[in-house]
Design a protein around this ligand. Sequence first.
Ligand SMILES: CC(=O)SCCNC(=O)CCNC(=O)[C@H](O)C(C)(C)COP(=O)(O)OP(=O)(O)OC[C@H]1O[C@@H](n2cnc3c(N)ncnc32)[C@H](O)[C@@H]1OP(=O)(O)O
Length: 165
Amino acid sequence: MSVSVRRARTADVREIRRLIDVYADDRRVLSKPTVALYEDVTDFWVAEIDGAVVGCGAVHVLWEDLAEFRTVAVDPDLRGRRIGHVIMEALLTEARVLGVRRVFVLTFETRFFGSFGFRPIDGTPVPPDVYEQLLRSYDEGVAEFLGLERVKPNTLGNTRMLLHL
Ligand SMILES: CC(=O)SCCNC(=O)CCNC(=O)[C@H](O)C(C)(C)COP(=O)(O)OP(=O)(O)OC[C@H]1O[C@@H](n2cnc3c(N)ncnc32)[C@H](O)[C@@H]1OP(=O)(O)O
């Protein structure tokens, strides 16, 4: 079983949609309108086996030194076969290429992300002036990063984690 990871193309959005829908019901992955997936397609990477998409993950830049990994998901039939690790390696390389120094995740999968060095944090790891700027974003994921009241029902039970690159 040979897994390769590449940047997502617009034609991958259907498969990314499928992977999100598998995990969105129990809030493991934030559900998003399909238009948001097309808008953010350049954030995404996909894992393939024999030309079929079996996993995905995204790097979303939040600020000069900070990005969030989002929508890391592997086909439920193929979990536990290190596909997630291969995706994470691509996302970590991309984060370094982009020049960010810290990566945030909001997740139930604390052991998986912990194995890459992510550690639980409290609060929002940005100074007040950056927090004020981030409040201007329309992105739901940014609202979750900021811990805004209106999105708290979506994030209940998730752990906030941070990795210093
Ligand atoms: C920031 C965010 O994106 S948060 C959202 C994270 N995604 C989800 O919660 C969606 C549901 N989960 C998944 O899609 C996947 O399980 C992922 C992405 C978390 C991990 O991908 P996988 O390919 O399953 O993981 P991979 O095989 O690379 O890693 C091995 C881990 O899987 C565990 N594992 C082994 N067998 C299984 C199995 N059958 N099912 C799940 N996990 C297993 C191993 O114990 C190991 O755990 P550890 O790293 O904590 O020690």
